[in-house]
Design a protein around this ligand. Structure first.
Ligand code: 5GP
Length: 172
């Protein structure tokens, strides 16, 4: 197994998720929220975030792909769509793993908004701001990181490393 340098420990991730959840709890006090998980990378973040939400929560899943190996192809494929009736008229919180070029978030944001939710925000655990190719920022983000290919806590390298409880970088 390759050597992995840890960027964010399990405890650091947990602490940051609690902070984000506090903001969401304040924003949606007394309201129902539909959390949408973008598979597969966001799955652990999604579960940990939704468990911190104090109000009524619904959960939905969406799968898109644009990556092959370590690079974004820019072409987004919708692999598992949402049902329009699960979004229409709802407070939607879209949960992403990482925003890199921004193509994926731009696509998903348009896709969800076309289903006319009552409100919409997106949350990304990680944000590689300096890699952006389209002008878009997640409404909430966990950590801004440098231009590094990260793995763990749901994020893969060719489907490996998703099960690591921390976020790290493979040392070559
Ligand atoms: P974007 O369309 O913003 O370039 O890419 C977004 C998607 O690419 C993310 O949802 C994620 O699946 C993947 N991605 C981008 N950067 C990384 C990274 O550093 N590590 C991993 N494992 N996936 C990444």
């Amino acid at each position: 197994m390759e050597k992995i340098k840890i960027l964010f420990t399990e405890d650091e991730i947990k602490a940051r998720i609690k902070e984000i959840a506090e903001e969401l709890n304040k924003k949606y006090e007394g309201e129902e929220v539909t959390f949408v998980c973008t598979l597969k990378g966001a799955v652990f973040f999604f579960c940990d975030l939704v468990k911190e939400f104090k109000g009524d929560a619904r959960i939905e899943f969406l799968r898109v792909s644009s990556y092959e190996g370590e690079s974004s192809t820019g072409k987004i494929n919708l692999k598992f769509p949402l049902k329009a009736e699960s979004i229409y008229g709802k407070n939607v919180v879209l949960v992403e793993d990482i925003v890199d070029t921004g193509y994926t978030l731009k696509y998903i944001r348009n896709y969800v908004k076309e289903m006319n939710p009552k409100s919409y925000v997106d949350v990304s655990l990680l944000d590689k701001k300096e890699r952006r190719k389209v002008e878009i920022d997640p409404d909430f983000s966990g950590f801004v990181i440098d231009d590094l290919f990260v793995i763990g806590y749901g994020l893969d390298y060719d489907q490996k490393y998703r099960n690591l409880p921390y976020i790290g970088v493979v040392e070559k």
